[in-house]
Design a protein around this ligand. Structure first.
Ligand code: GDP
Length: 328
């Protein structure tokens, strides 16, 4: 990239001192869709990067109503009590459609949002999921530089958002309701495969069903390939509402971190996530440049029509378009 603007030193210093206004301002810059803001945001990020990374990044996913906000609030208050600082971010695939956000409702996480050791940031609204996830990933780094050592990234259990969150976190938690064994079979295999830890929430409502669901999930997990050879994902039953099981949950998070660090996997995961991220950005930029190429733009409608009509194979059409792009 051409030399961009220099990082605003006051803003960088403010973030590093944990000043909330600076933190919010820096995140607003990296989240902005304005090109000049983005460039300033990237400069700030570059200055902050050496101070980022010292946290545990926890992804939390589950269907609407499963109790994610209640759980994050209970967990947040618990870890703050242990002396940690917690930031909560969100990737909300629905915000690109509705313009709303899963964390936008101010009544949620009321107690946690008042705590000076906590920072809650709703999902940036607008545009496609890829863009929202990109901005959340960068906001996460800003929060780390500001001294937050526990980062929670929340998402709803639909579509590609879990995968996006799993790619930016150390540990993926799946929240489930205490539903009966038969219904559990319907849980999408792919999502269970992403989970490092499964929580059956609202166990207070149906303790027996929660125990049964726990058993079913445990046996389902035992036949799946674990996310790591050193870690068999535990299944916990708890109640976010009355806080029962939250300390045990946090104990499992610490055990996960210690186990993965001992095996060198913790750092390895982050390295490959960062490299994947670089490739993702390259793919995205190349595709955008390709689509913006005047020759490609001119040829594209005819190629799309020919492929749709079956008069040209997709491979031949792709080859012609790529050849046109290479002509410069
Ligand atoms: P989200 O949409 O996944 O963020 O779910 P919320 O945290 O907003 O919770 C949805 C509803 O479930 C709220 O009315 C909560 O009070 C309730 N809830 C959350 N956790 C529990 C729990 O452990 N037990 C019970 N009984 N209710 C809960």
């Amino acid at each position: 990239m051409a030399a961009g603007p220099a990082a605003d030193p006051a803003l960088v210093a403010g973030v590093l001192h944990g000043d909330r206004r600076s933190l919010a301002k820096a995140i607003t810059l990296v989240e902005s869709t304005r090109r000049d803001h983005q460039q300033r945001g990237q400069a700030v990020l570059e200055a902050l990067l050496p101070h980022a990374g010292r946290s545990i990044r926890i992804g939390i996913s589950g269907a609407p109503g499963v109790g994610k906000s209640t759980f994050v609030e209970a967990l947040g208050l618990h870890v703050i009590g242990l002396g940690h600082r917690l930031a909560v971010l969100a990737v909300d695939p629905s915000s690109s459609v509705t313009g709303g956000s899963i964390l936008a409702d101010k009544t949620r996480m009321e107690e946690l949002s008042r705590a000076p050791q906590a920072f809650i940031r709703p999902s940036p609204a607008g545009r496609a999921l890829g863009g929202v996830a990109a901005r959340t990933r960068e906001a996460l780094l800003v929060c780390e530089a500001a001294g937050f050592d526990v980062i929670v990234v929340e998402t709803v259990g639909v579509g590609q958002s879990e995968t996006a969150v799993a790619r930016m976190t150390d540990l993926m938690v799946l929240l489930q309701l205490p539903i009966a064994g038969d219904d559990l079979q319907a849980i999408k295999k792919g999502i269970v495969e992403l989970a490092d830890l499964i929580v059956i929430n609202k166990a207070d409502l149906a303790p027996e069903r929660a125990a049964e669901a726990r058993q079913t999930l445990r046996s389902a997990l035992s036949i799946l390939r674990p996310t790591s050879p050193h870690w068999q994902p535990p299944v916990l039953a708890l109640s976010a509402l009355d806080g029962k099981g939250i300390p045990e949950f946090w104990g499992q998070v610490e055990r996960f971190r210690d186990t993965m660090q001992a095996g060198g996997e913790f750092a390895a995961r982050r390295r490959s996530q960062a490299q994947d991220w670089m490739w993702h950005l390259i793919d995205e930029r190349l595709r955008a440049d390709f689509r913006a190429h005047p020759g490609v733009e001119a040829l594209l409608p005819a190629m799309l029509a020919a492929v749709a009509a079956g008069s040209l194979t997709p491979a031949m059409a792709a080859e012609r378009l790529l050849a046109r792009a290479r002509q410069g």
